[in-house]
Design a protein around this ligand. Structure first.
Ligand SMILES: *[C@@H]1O[C@H](CO)[C@@H](O)[C@H](O)[C@H]1NC(C)=O
Ligand SMILES: *[C@@H]1O[C@H](CO)[C@@H](O)[C@H](O)[C@H]1NC(C)=O
Ligand SMILES: *[C@@H]1O[C@H](CO)[C@@H](O)[C@H](O)[C@H]1NC(C)=O
Ligand SMILES: *[C@@H]1O[C@H](CO)[C@@H](O)[C@H](O)[C@H]1NC(C)=O
Ligand SMILES: *[C@@H]1O[C@H](CO)[C@@H](O)[C@H](O)[C@H]1NC(C)=O
Ligand SMILES: *[C@@H]1O[C@H](CO)[C@@H](O)[C@H](O)[C@H]1NC(C)=O
Ligand SMILES: *[C@@H]1O[C@H](CO)[C@@H](O)[C@H](O)[C@H]1NC(C)=O
Ligand SMILES: *[C@@H]1O[C@H](CO)[C@@H](O)[C@H](O)[C@H]1NC(C)=O
Ligand SMILES: *[C@@H]1O[C@H](CO)[C@@H](O)[C@H](O)[C@H]1NC(C)=O
Length: 498
């Protein structure tokens, strides 16, 4: 577009030059043309050129706008008259024309320049406008897109949050379910436990009842047999009585004897069930045996619950009301008390003399009922003393035959020489004392050593005149001090309340 005004200007100049040349030629030849039209593209320029006078009579008439009109065929007639003037005139006209042309050129140039500037401005404006329009539309599109994007983003966020909420709810409900399941599991366990406990109890009751029934039946049978035997004997006696009634003194003596035996038999029949029971009964300890009428001290058989085999024990039926089951006796050093854990557990020695009944029996006995303990001591000067505990219990082997005593009283000191609670049993091969040392090895025997404690009735037996200054002897601190070895000891137990 920019090239067009330049070309236009160039074209115009060409035309003007062409016109000038044509005029010159016309001044020589014809000179009739007056109006000129220049056509260039859409634009057309029309300009009128002055025409010289056909025949000026005077030289002063030369000049002005009509000077060119002289360029006519008629003027050619005057050429011969005023050639010099004519030339000057023509030069002036030419000069004027040239000036005019220059003016025109300037004008056209000015016009063209402003037009060009306008066109350029227009274009710039148009372009700016279009750019602005484009920019705004772009912006519009961008904002629209942004809005859409934010919408989508919001939707996604919304969806995400909703899903998160749902997830949370689901996990919460899952947790709740898990908790409920756990609770139900616990409940089931508890119920199962209770069920099995009930079952075992019912079974135990059943077996107990069956055993009782069986023993009752046996007892009944035995009674019937005994009654039959006794009535038979009675009948025989009556018969012989009747037969012997005729005889005199001898008969009378016989009669008396027979009468006596009959009376004895009747007594026996009267107390039949009791004696039968006494023969068959299973005794738990010496106190039960005493209750059934045995009043002589000696060796008896007891059946301790939870122990498979019956045990023989020495019962003291006399001392302090009797019914005592001995668990220890020292009297002449005939038995070695330097034993291991197993021996002290099962017991050893001679029931009629020195012995240790056994920790397991004592544990089983004292776990079934409340027992008291009596310790009897004798020194070499013939003094006797005792220590009694209202309550005595021995823990299981797993509890290391832990000692539990309470309610001390007695003459063997104002205080107990045994630690009352929680002392474990120690032997030379089982060190359960409270000492860094091994009390059982140092002091010999098996005992409830503490660290190492104030007593040990299972120590070494020292004979007379060797019994003092002996730390590993048979000691009971609050009776004869820490280094006096005693002459005789007994430990025995009995149910509380006899
Ligand atoms: C030149 O032209 C002007 C008009 O444009 C006119 O007034 C003047 O007389 C002319 N001069 C001559 C010498 O022709
Ligand atoms: C300039 O804009 C006008 C309307 O605004 C339009 O008619 C003309 O064609 C545009 N010219 C160019 C060169 O874009
Ligand atoms: C932008 O777009 C909206 C519709 O999407 C239209 O109404 C508005 O005229 C537009 N503005 C421009 C400057 O294009
Ligand atoms: C999610 O969109 C729903 C409508 O579709 C509206 O009711 C709810 O409040 C929105 N939730 C959030 C967190 O924006
Ligand atoms: C009387 O006793 C004697 C001798 O004990 C005996 O031989 C005799 O048969 C008895 N008499 C009668 C009648 O039983
Ligand atoms: C033992 O009991 C019998 C009678 O049952 C009695 O005669 C005897 O004296 C009693 N002995 C003792 C030591 O109590
Ligand atoms: C110890 O006493 C028991 C029972 O009394 C007896 O059998 C044994 O012979 C006695 N031993 C000694 C060494 O005195
Ligand atoms: C004895 O046995 C029963 C079951 O037979 C048991 O429950 C009880 O704990 C046992 N007692 C001891 C002291 O071992
Ligand atoms: C006895 O042994 C038990 C372990 O069976 C232990 O916990 C307890 O502390 C012991 N007692 C003492 C006094 O050492």
């Amino acid at each position: 577009m920019l090239f067009r005004p330049a070309m236009l200007l160039g074209g115009l100049l060409l035309v003007v030059a062409a016109v000038t040349v044509a005029q010159r030629r016309g001044q020589e030849a014809s000179g009739r043309r007056r109006a000129h039209r220049v056509q260039h593209g859409q634009c057309s320029y029309t300009f009128v050129l002055p025409e010289p006078e056909p025949c000026p009579p005077e030289p002063e008439a030369f000049g002005g706008s009509n000077s060119l009109q002289r360029d006519s065929p008629a003027a050619a007639l005057n050429l011969a008259d005023w050639p010099a003037q004519r030339v000057r005139q023509l030069e002036k006209v030419l000069e004027n024309n040239t000036q005019w042309l220059q003016k025109l050129e300037r004008y056209i140039q000015m016009n063209l320049r402003s037009e060009l500037a306008q066109v350029q401005q227009h274009m710039v404006q148009n372009q700016t406008a279009t750019m602005l329009e484009l920019g705004t539309s772009l912006l519009n599109q961008t904002t629209a897109q942004t809005r859409k994007l934010t919408d989508v983003e919001a939707q996604v966020l919304n969806q995400t949050s909703r899903m998160e909420i749902q997830l949370l709810e689901t996990s919460l409900s899952t947790n709740k379910l898990e908790k409920q399941l756990l609770l139900q599991g616990h409940e089931l366990h508890r119920l199962q436990g209770r069920n099995s406990a009930l079952e075992t109890r019912v079974q135990a009751l059943e077996t107990q009842q069956q055993a009782e029934l069986a023993s009752l039946r046996g007892e009944k049978e035995r009674l019937r047999r005994l009654l039959g035997r006794q009535s038979g004997a009675l009948a025989g006696l009556e018969r012989s009585l009747r037969a012997a009634s005729g005889n005199s003194s001898l008969v009378q003596r016989e009669q008396r004897r027979l009468l006596e035996s009959v009376q004895r038999l009747v007594r026996v029949v009267a107390q039949g069930p009791a004696s039968v029971r006494a023969a068959e009964h299973v005794f738990q300890d010496c106190a039960e045996i005493q209750r059934f009428g045995a009043n002589a001290s000696g060796i008896y058989t007891i059946h301790v619950a939870n122990m498979t085999e019956p045990r023989k024990v020495f019962c003291d039926m006399e001392a302090n009301g009797g019914g005592w089951t001995l668990i220890q006796r020292r009297e002449n050093g005939s038995v070695n008390f330097q034993r291991n854990w197993r021996d002290y557990k099962q017991g050893f020695g001679d029931l009629a003399g020195e012995h240790w009944l056994g920790n397991e029996v004592v544990h089983q006995l004292t776990s079934r009922a409340a027992y008291c303990l009596r310790v009897e001591l004798q020194d070499w000067e013939g003094n006797e003393a005792y220590a009694q505990y209202e309550h005595f219990q021995l823990g299981s082997e797993g509890q290391l035959y832990r000692l539990s005593l309470s309610g001390y009283s007695g003459s063997a000191g104002r205080q107990s020489s045994l630690v009352l609670q929680g002392t474990n049993f120690s032997t030379r091969d089982a060190d359960n004392d409270n000492c860094l040392c091994k009390c059982a090895q140092m002091l010999s025997g098996g005992w409830w050593f503490d660290a190492c404690g104030l007593s040990n009735l299972n120590g070494i037996y020292y004979p007379a005149r060797h019994h003092t200054r002996k730390l590993n002897g048979i000691r009971w601190h609050y009776f004869q001090g820490p280094s006096y070895s005693l002459r005789a000891t007994r430990m025995m137990l009995r149910p509380v309340g006899i």
